[in-house]
Design a protein. Structure first.
Length: 394
């Protein structure tokens, strides 16, 4: 639902992406703020446009601060952060909080809504210090921030509140899969309540029915899928990354020049990211797009200078269980390493192939390639054979 994404910046080694859906919602927000200022706040059209752009920038700045808080907490717990993506409903921070236990998962989830609540207070204080249309606009921004923080703290997937409840139930029951089921059931109840509120809003002519209905439907759909998801993860837990991985892509020597890498690897596979090897250990990946800027200025620079760090690629050990592999892949391609040495590559298509043969006893699906898994039931619509629901925190 986020559409395609592209990288716009790298902050302290963490890539920041924006999706096509974010571009649409950003333009819509600027337009709606412009109409509100020119009609409701009686601001002139010349002043309304820059003020609307400023309001949109502050709003998305708050969203980015929310996601940055997730990333900062994860980094403080020595967890990898693969990226932050801005999408139309807010953002998503890619990290493996569950690998450090329930407390880490709770803390990483908690700091997001807490940051948004704090920013709402800042916006309210600023609104008291300005006058005219700016005062009304910033006051509205404070209200929206409180609303979004409150909704995001609701106990249901895929909201942060769902992850907080998952962590609490995980700590109480000592079983993450039981905690997933409980959180799914609670999400169904909360989603049903929001759908009821949306119906009341609609019948009374309120303007919040679409927002409430959308959130409620998402909570209910995710909650209802949780039993099937937990059952599938339980079966995947019987396999290891070593069981499903395929032959690794060729490693690119870190000391090779970018010109040589272009001729030998990158030009023939422009969409691929190849592992970069230094003294037998993988230190990151290199791709045509990622090396273009440096290579364009000096093609004799070594590959290591254009290498993306490993925290931007899903990395597993051969002994990682496939349920953990699937949760972290998120539709991407990952590397399997042992003590830094390249052992293989793994993607959703590889896990499906193992699942077909080892669990279902069916003919394995065609082997995937480093470019991505082949089109199959693994990435098709919910309910199709082998379908894996997305991670609840995405």
């Amino acid at each position: 639902m986020g559409g395609k994404r592209w990288k716009v910046a790298t902050v302290r080694g963490i890539p920041l992406y924006v999706s096509t859906s974010w571009v649409f919602i950003a333009a819509l927000l600027v337009y709606s703020q412009y109409l509100s200022l020119t009609t409701g706040a009686n601001v002139s059209s010349d002043d309304a446009l820059p003020l609307a752009i400023l309001m949109a920038a502050l709003f998305f700045g708050a969203v980015l601060a929310h996601e940055t808080a997730h990333a900062a907490m994860a980094r403080s717990l020595d967890l990898p952060v693969s990226g932050i993506t801005l999408v139309f409903w807010g953002g998503a921070t890619e990290t493996r909080a569950n690998t450090r236990g329930p407390l880490a998962e709770f803390l990483v989830a908690f700091v997001g809504p807490a940051t948004t609540f704090a920013l709402a207070g800042v916006f309210w204080v600023v609104s008291q210090l300005v006058h005219g249309g700016a005062r009304e606009a910033i006051h509205y921004l404070a209200f929206i921030s409180v609303l979004f923080a409150g909704v995001n703290a609701l106990p249901g997937f895929p909201l942060d509140g769902g992850r907080m409840l998952l962590a609490a139930m995980w700590g109480a029951t000592k079983d993450r899969r039981t905690a997933l089921r409980i959180t799914g059931y609670v999400g169904i109840l909360v989603g049903g309540g929001m759908l009821a509120a949306a119906f009341v809003s609609l019948t009374r002519g309120g303007g919040w029915w679409l927002f409430l209905g959308y959130i409620g439907a998402i909570l209910m759909a995710t909650g209802r899928a949780m039993d099937n998801r937990v059952a599938l993860l339980s079966r995947l837990a019987t396999g290891r990354a070593a069981d499903a991985m395929r032959s690794p892509p060729p490693g690119v020597p870190a000391d090779m020049t970018l010109s040589q890498a272009l001729d030998l690897y990158l030009r023939n596979a422009p969409e691929e990211a190849f592992p970069v090897v230094d003294r037998g250990r993988v230190i990151g990946t290199v791709s045509l797009a990622g090396s273009r800027k440096i290579g364009g200025r000096d093609p004799m620079r070594p590959v290591r200078d254009a290498t993306a760090t490993l925290n931007q690629t899903p990395v597993f050990t051969p002994d990682d269980t496939l349920d953990d592999v699937v949760e972290w892949l998120g539709g991407r391609e990952g590397l399997v390493l042992r003590d830094g040495a390249l052992m293989g590559a793994i993607g959703a298509g590889d896990v499906e192939r193992w699942f077909r043969g080892a669990i279902q006893g069916r003919a394995p699906a065609p082997a995937g390639t480093w470019e991505g898994a082949p089109p199959d039931a693994w990435g098709s619509a919910p309910g199709a054979p082998g379908w894996i629901p997305p991670r609840p925190d995405r």
